[in-house]
Write a protein that binds this ligand. Sequence first.
Ligand code: AMP
Length: 430
Amino acid sequence: MELQPPRGTADLLPPASDAMLGLYEAAHRSARLFGFRYVETPTFEHTELFARTSGETSDVVTKEMYTFEDKGGRSLTLRPEQTASIVRAYLENAHDLPNPFKAYHVSQQFRHGRPQAGRLREFRQFGVETIGVAAPGADVEVIALGDRFLRGRGLDDLELQVNSIGDAECRPAYREKLIAYLEPHAAELDEDCRTRLRTNPLRVFDCKVDGKTPLVLGAPMISDNLCQACAEHFAAVRNGLDADGVAFEHDPRLVRGLDYYTRTTFEFASGALSQAQSALGGGGRYDGLAEVLGGPATPGVGFALGLDRILLAMPATGARTPGGAGVACFVVALGAEATTVGTRLLKDLREAGIPAASAFEDRPLKAQLRMADRAGAAYVAIVGEREVEAGTAQLRRLASGEREGEQEQEEVPLDDVVNWFSRTDWAAER
Ligand code: AMP
């Protein structure tokens, strides 16, 4: 029996799982603070949903989808992203949902790529979508929320790039202009870049080999070729971000390849990660997506942030990993009588909402202290024979980094232990 999980997947265990839970909680808090509502869509969908929204030429469709046939012979796919699913769910239920529909998710995605640091086959995202408003204020709100969430995680060396890629009005003409500029030099481009030029010209700016050559850098840029409406929208987004105090840079080469993406695109990156995996997440407007799914024209804007990446970036920048490690109090009972007292104390603590645990066996003090430490407890409450007689418990801090023999210990009446914890900021002690 193989004990390792499948390639590209990972078990999330303490303390990494505590940190991930902290990110989940922060994601829920941030999204709700901005008025977004929690949604869940199925883990797998009809393959067609992603085939349509990823476009025939995109990497996700051609290489990375987890597609399988179910017992009924239907082609299903584990979701590689959430936007398509959320827009699908919105279109099916629009009459029952608020307008605009502001949705968020915290969920696993699946992509069959080549696993490496920061690139998994199953990974976690926090994403938001605002569906049903075309106004630039919606773009600003989404970007500001992403920025706030990331900065709140202590990711100070955060970079936010913003661009506009126009719409059906101005992009076709720009595309012709770009092709006309590059076509005469096609022979100088490597094969990947040449393919992009043919299938998806805007993506030449993402070419690994040639994306940064003077030839490509000198190409006309979409943000210089916007129609009036797109230019006004972009100006309003930038002004809104300035007014909100969100620091950003305009990257005129930040593009998306698919036609249903319109106007705003943005990306968050961390200087703490290597170039190849520095993207923490991004998003943009997708005013044409609903129609690709056969619905009425419906504007939308959103982002997806990679939580596994964010976790990687956090220790590197010295940020504190979030989430309480373990319980507030580990009850250490020594002897049969103390066990009865300890069991009652454990129950009282839990009833008062104070996380508590204990050993299941009567073991020596040292062994129980080790268990408490491993359980990530902030404090132990020691009850021995003497304490039973006195009606007290010894409260001892287990904070890490403490020097031997310098443990603080306080004798507290048993019926005051719960109050004592209520008065203490025990979570900050770890
Ligand atoms: P995307 O949906 O491709 O725009 O990705 C948004 C974010 O999800 C990226 O910036 C990464 O942080 C994260 N992400 C994407 N693919 C992976 C992956 N294979 N493994 C881990 N994180 C990923």
